[in-house]
Design a protein around this ligand. Structure first.
Ligand code: MN
Length: 338
């Protein structure tokens, strides 16, 4: 962190670009709050439902802020710069696909236990001073990605101070909007940037807190429908076909993972984005799914395919490419009409 700050300019904000899940948003909130407290100008920017850090629209959004520096949090670790020429810090825990050029990298990948991005951000923020009041944000990120927190003492400390139930319920609420059809992370991010603990999220009655509760209800209704889809099994693969504008495919895959323990579970959602199939892959068998997807990589797959973690990955494919991919896996009946 200190190395990265030394490369940043003093004119313009430090833009913190993050993923829109609980871990990414909490990491962004930790970094923006710690930087602002230390006297830096800092602005968060969130990658939404179908965006990517490595595309021209994102580059233009960042460049428009005339940043003094860029922090890329919880969005993967790749060699290509997000904004060429801008001093950059990458904070991430996904399997790297390359070493970022002209950037400082803080990666939790391969550490045991593996810290999430929000915990890495909280550790890094100590370069700006002690951050005891921001620890609950690191706990939200840990719970969001790992549920049990893998025994990090920081989680136990946060639970003792802010309450285990409050932290768990706040995490569930913070994660809800990104799964809705609109996927607006704004209310969740505003709360994480301003409030002093999880109870202000779970018990709040302001517009942002109410938006999180409405999002949770929308996702619950979509899940009730998605749970009724039956898996199609062929060899090692179990496919669950979904048609929802909500991002329920990772949750459905996770549920079936426990019931189909020896299978590679793929939950595929043709309703998430018109013209595309978004899918989540999970397995309880210990099989490396990033390698599995690499072996079956279809022509036309881009950087959205097969990233993440060995036991939790997925991708997004245009319909024609999806149809070739799923036919190759022996499930032509799971092809989707354009
Ligand atoms: Mn994460």
């Amino acid at each position: 962190m200190t190395d990265a700050l030394a490369t940043f300019g003093r004119e313009g904000p430090i833009v913190v670009l993050s993923h829109f899940d609980a871990d990414g948003l909490s990491a962004a909130a930790i970094l923006v709050r710690a930087l602002r407290q230390a006297g830096w100008n800092s602005e968060p920017l969130v990658i939404g439902k179908t965006g990517s850090p490595w595309e021209v629209e994102t580059r233009d959004r960042i460049a428009a802020l005339k940043p003094a520096g860029l922090i890329v949090a919880d969005l993967g670790t790749r060699s290509e710069p997000v904004l060429p020429g801008c001093p950059t810090l990458v904070v991430d825990h996904h399997v790297p696909t390359g070493e970022p050029q002209d950037a400082v990298t803080i990666s939790g990948n391969g550490l045991n236990p593996e810290p999430t991005t929000a915990l890495l951000a909280w550790w890094a923020a100590h370069a700006l001073g002690e951050q005891p009041d921001l620890l609950w944000l690191a706990a939200i990120g840990l719970i969001g990605d790992m549920a049990d927190g893998l025994g990090f003492p920081e989680l136990e400390e946060a639970q003792a101070r802010w309450g285990k139930t409050a932290l768990r319920d706040a995490t569930s609420l913070i994660n809800a909007p990104r799964r809705t059809a609109l996927a607006d992370a704004g209310p969740a991010l505003r709360l994480l940037l301003t409030v002093d603990g999880p109870k202000r999220i779970t018990k709040g009655d302001d517009a942002d807190a109410l938006a999180l509760h409405a999002a949770k209800a929308e996702v619950r209704a979509a899940m009730d429908e998605g749970k009724r889809a039956a898996p199609l099994v062929m060899g090692d693969v179990a496919l669950i076909g979904l048609n929802s504008p909500c991002q329920i495919h990772p949750l459905i895959a996770q549920q079936w993972r426990g019931r189909l323990k020896d299978k590679i579970v793929i939950a595929a959602n043709r309703g998430y984005r018109p013209g595309w199939v978004h899918f989540a892959a999970r397995s309880a068998s210990g099989r490396d799914l990033i390698s599995f997807l690499a072996e079956h990589r279809p022509d036309g797959a881009d950087g959205r395919y097969g990233n993440g973690h060995a036991q939790a990955t997925g991708g997004a494919l245009p319909i024609a490419v999806w149809n070739a991919f799923i036919a190759d896996l022996g499930l032509p009946q799971a092809q989707v009409k354009a």
